[in-house]
Ligand binder design. Sequence first.
Ligand SMILES: Nc1ncnc2c1ncn2[C@@H]1O[C@H](COP(=O)(O)OP(=O)(O)O)[C@@H](O)[C@H]1O
Ligand SMILES: [Mg+2]
Length: 281
Amino acid sequence: MKVVPTPEVIDPIDTRGSGRDAIGLGRAAGEGLDARHGTILSLEDINVSFDGFKALTDLSLYIGVGELRCVIGPNGAGKTTMMDVITGKTRPDSGSAWFGDTLDLTRMSEVEIAQSGIGRKFQKPTVFEALSVFENLELAQKTDKSVWASLKAKLNGEQRERIDEVLATIRLEASRNRPAGLLSHGQKQFLEIGMLLMQDPQLLLLDEPVAGMTDAETEFTAELFKSLARKHSLMVVEHDMGFVGTIADHVTVLHQGQVLAEGSLETVQNDERVIEVYLGR
Ligand SMILES: Nc1ncnc2c1ncn2[C@@H]1O[C@H](COP(=O)(O)OP(=O)(O)O)[C@@H](O)[C@H]1O
Ligand SMILES: [Mg+2]
C-alpha cells in the first residue's frame, strides 16, 4: 500500500487502522450509512472489459468521508467507466465496490444505488426545459411520483424551505420562476447539481462539470464544491487543472484503467510518469 502524504490544509479525522489511501474528513457519514472506518467508497481490484478491451484493470481506489477527490487522466483512461461501475450502470467482471462499510454496489441495481445516497451528474445537463427552475427542484425531491402527480401534490413547509435553501446554494433564487430552458449552459449545470442535492446524496459523482462554462461560472463551481465537501463526499473528474488545483484535497491520476499516481496536485504534477502520459513536457 502506498503512503500518500496528506495535504496540510486539511485535518484528517480517521484514517487509523484503515491502511488505505483515503482521507477521512467528515465527522460522520450520513444517516443510515455505515462508514465507521472513515471510508465512503472502496473500489478493490476492479476489472471491466468490453469485447476483450480492458477498460479497467485491477483498479483500486478509496474515498474518505467528506473528501473532495479529483480524478484526472487522458481520454480513454477509464474515468467514466469507473463512475459507471460505482452507479451500477456497468458490472465489473471482477473486484469489489463498497459504499460505506456494508453496501455492496456490485449487487445493487442502479435505482437502489441512487436511493442509497450516490448522486451522479453527467456531462450534459438534463433538466426539464419547459418547467421552471423551482419545479425542476420540486420534481427532484419527489422521485417516487410521476411528473404530473408530483406537480399537483402540495408541498409542505419543510419541502419548500429545502428548495429555497438549494436555490440559494446554487445561486438561482432570482431565476426560480424562469423556464429552465432559458438558463445559460452554466446555470443549467447548477440547476442539475441542485436537483442532485434535493436527494441529499452522501457521495456525489461529477463528470467534467466545468466543461463549457465561463470563467466566472467555473469559479463559482469551485466555491460550490468546496462548500459541499465535508458534509458530502465528492468525486470530480475534470481536465481543467486550474480548477482541480483550487478544489482538490487529493488527486488520483488514472491511466489505462489503473491508478498511475495519487496525492496532492503538486505531488502528482511532479510525478515523471504523470508528466509523460498526461501533462506533457
Ligand atoms: N460501452 C462500451 N463499449 C466498448 N468500449 C467502451 C465502452 N465504454 C467505454 N469503452 C472504452 O473504454 C475505455 C475507457 O473509456 P472511458 O471510461 O469513457 O474513459 P474516460 O472517461 O477516462 O475518457 C475507452 O477506450 C472507451 O472507448
Ligand atoms: Mg469520460
